[in-house]
Design a protein around this ligand. Structure first.
Ligand code: NAD
Length: 288
């Protein structure tokens, strides 16, 4: 079998066209959707991610503001900035780029973001909402994966889904979303014994471990859908996922590439969440 490609880049472009139309229609009703991105310190990868997010905002007509603070910024100063952004009616989404410098308590900063502006979906309120199936602002990466899975047209109810990776930002929310689609879900992590005994049963395999080449062909069920969330930079400069694309694509029915799979969808879902937050804000103002 040779897998069909799930083209995240193409799907993201298509979705961004829809988002542009929604942004225009919201602007015609008097609201210009706005995202504020807070970057503390000078982590090079974070700079690249922030630049991509700002570019996507420009592409979709969302107003963006970048707040760059030095690594020496105190937690109190970050909290004060978030408080100002919470109160600013032109800001509908607030994203604090992670990781933060070690002297800043990430949870305290995330919990200080207004839940209605938490476009990363990391606030405890939004995490809880996702668990009970009421997510308004779902976390961007798993939300993007859900859209990629939908694009295959394969119904997930009753399927075996295996998520490799159990982080709060990818693995756990991903598992919740698959469960809500009535898949039977297993979550594997670094302490899982004999990973292959789980992955081989997966009709849907989502891998987010940060280990290049972790999943190889013999670990994958014939005809599976395989989504590779991993992004790893090899010493020779190549960007690869966690899945050995060549061997796995000979067994899977569908597979995402890296790059060009999950990455473009994550950024697109951030724009969608920002727009959704802006639309909800406009509706609540109109209702008063
Ligand atoms: P993380 O380090 O927070 O979590 C990794 C998880 O994988 C942990 O639960 C760990 O137990 C598990 N794991 C590690 N090694 C394992 C192994 N050998 N076998 C099984 N499980 C293992 O990472 P994260 O933030 O969840 O990100 C995971 C990967 O996804 C990284 O490569 C990251 O760069 C990538 N990522 C991509 C996007 C995107 O938009 N494409 C977004 C977020 C993260």
């Amino acid at each position: 079998m040779s897998a069909r490609l799930i083209d995240g880049k193409a799907l993201a472009q298509q979705l961004r066209q829809d988002l542009r139309n929604r942004v225009t229609s919201l602007a015609a009703r008097g609201t210009r959707a706005g995202l504020a991105v807070v970057l503390v310190g000078d982590d090079p990868a974070s700079r690249v991610y922030v630049a991509n997010k700002i570019r996507a905002c420009d592409e979709c007509g969302v107003q963006s503001r970048r707040h760059e603070l030095p690594a020496s910024t105190s937690e109190a100063e970050v909290l004060a900035l978030v408080a100002r952004l919470n109160a600013d009616p032109q800001v509908h989404g607030i994203l604090v780029q992670l990781p933060l410098p070690r002297h800043i308590d990430v949870r305290r900063v995330v919990e200080s973001i207004d839940v209605a502006k938490d476009v990363d979906g990391f606030h405890l309120y939004n995490v809880g909402a996702l668990v009970v199936g009421q997510a308004i602002l779902p976390p961007c990466t798993p939300h993007g994966v859900r859209r990629l899975l939908e694009s295959t047209g394969v119904a997930l109810a009753g399927r075996n889904a295996v998520v490799v990776g159990a982080s709060n930002i990818v693995g756990k929310p991903m598992a919740m979303m698959l469960l809500q689609q009535e898949a039977t879900v297993s979550i594997c992590h670094a302490r899982t014994r004999d990973l292959a005994q789980y992955t081989i049963l997966a009709d849907v395999l989502v891998v987010a471990a940060g280990c290049p080449g972790l999943i190889t062909g013999p670990m994958v069920k014939q005809g599976a859908i395989v989504v590779d969330v991993g992004i790893n930079r090899l010493p020779d400069g190549r960007l690869v996922g966690d899945v050995d694309f060549d061997s796995v694509s000979r067994r899977a029915a569908w597979i995402t590439p890296v790059p060009g799979g999950v990455g473009p969808m994550t950024v697109t879902m951030l724009i969608e969440n920002t727009l959704h937050a802006a639309e909800r804000c406009a509706e609540s103002v109109a209702a008063v």
